[in-house]
Design a protein around this ligand. Structure first.
Ligand SMILES: NC(=O)c1ccc[n+]([C@@H]2O[C@H](COP(=O)([O-])OP(=O)(O)OC[C@H]3O[C@@H](n4cnc5c(N)ncnc54)[C@H](OP(=O)(O)O)[C@@H]3O)[C@@H](O)[C@H]2O)c1
Length: 249
């Protein structure tokens, strides 16, 4: 039986790399993103790479009034069962701008936390009913400590991380799973403006490979990708404020 996979935010660079891995396995995919034309091109490419089926839904995921109903419709389209749900979409935003324009900050929080939370809760209800399957929500190490350079984004991702950790706890007795994947630096369009150097930067294909492995064996509710970020963030969380506040991080 081919796996049934829902990908929310399918045009993210890491999501596309993840979808390619599932396509190569012959999975049945349902992809959701904003840009209908690019989504259709991606679907054609995934079919040529081996996807058994590839359905698409074009929508702004932060502007869906009835996420639960829409999510149910997606699972019906996959035959009322889903093996993995990935929540990829996100917005880095501009911290300085968001401090002056509170509406922009609210938009960041709506995209990265509130709307993502609705989709995660809708997915959790489906997985709980099925008693199997996995939710993988993509979060960020930025949520582990508030920093002056990106604390609106970080706070939204921290909220998402806690929500998904709670869903994992809720689902634990059922046979279904949830995992929050906290990513470090990944070389994607989201970080195109940042000068990339050094070993801390990961490639989308490597991150995707790890996420597919996590979905296949979801034995930890909170994972860091790559794994060395767990140690880095443990150190950063424990730097005393009197020292941390002297940095420009
Ligand atoms: N890159 C990193 O260093 C890094 C680090 C930690 C966590 N992350 C997280 O990883 C995830 C994937 O990001 P990425 O690095 O692959 O960046 P990306 O290629 O820029 O992907 C972000 C995607 O989110 C989509 N999106 C944003 N708002 C949306 C909305 N309201 N409805 C539908 N789609 C929406 C964008 O769609 P459009 O193409 O239509 O704009 C874009 O395809 C994000 O959640 C990000 O926060 C990334």
């Amino acid at each position: 039986m081919s796996k049934k996979i829902i990908i929310l935010g399918a045009l993210s660079a890491i999501a596309e790399a993840t979808a390619r891995q599932y396509a190569a396995e012959g999975a049945q995919l349902l992809l959701v993103a904003r840009n209908a034309e690019r989504l259709e091109q991606l679907a054609q490419d995934l079919k040529s790479r081996g996807a058994a089926t590839c359905q698409t839904r074009a929508m702004d995921l932060a502007e869906v009034p009835e996420a639960v109903t829409v999510f149910e419709e997606m699972t019906v389209a996959l035959g009322r069962h889903v093996d993995a749900v990935f929540v990829f979409y996100g917005l880095l935003g501009n911290q300085r701008h968001e401090e002056r324009d509170i509406a922009a900050a609210a938009r960041n929080i709506r995209i990265n936390f509130s709307s993502a939370a609705e989709w995660c809760l809708a997915a959790a209800n489906q997985l709980e009913r099925q008693k199997d399957g996995v939710l993988v929500a993509v979060s960020s190490v930025a949520g582990d400590r508030g920093r002056q350079s990106n604390y609106v984004y970080g706070a939204a991702k921290a909220g998402l991380s806690t929500l998904v950790e709670g869903i994992a706890h809720r689902l634990a007795p059922t046979g279904a799973h949830a995992v929050v994947a906290k990513l470090g630096f990944v070389d994607t369009p989201m970080t195109a403006h940042i000068h990339k150097k050094g070993l801390l930067w990961a490639k989308p294909a490597d991150v995707a490979e790890k996420l597919v492995a996590i979905a296949a064996k979801p034995d930890m509710p909170v994972v860091y990708v790559p794994g060395f970020w767990r140690l880095i963030m443990a150190i950063i969380r424990n730097v005393p404020a009197r020292i941390f506040h002297k940095t420009k991080l």
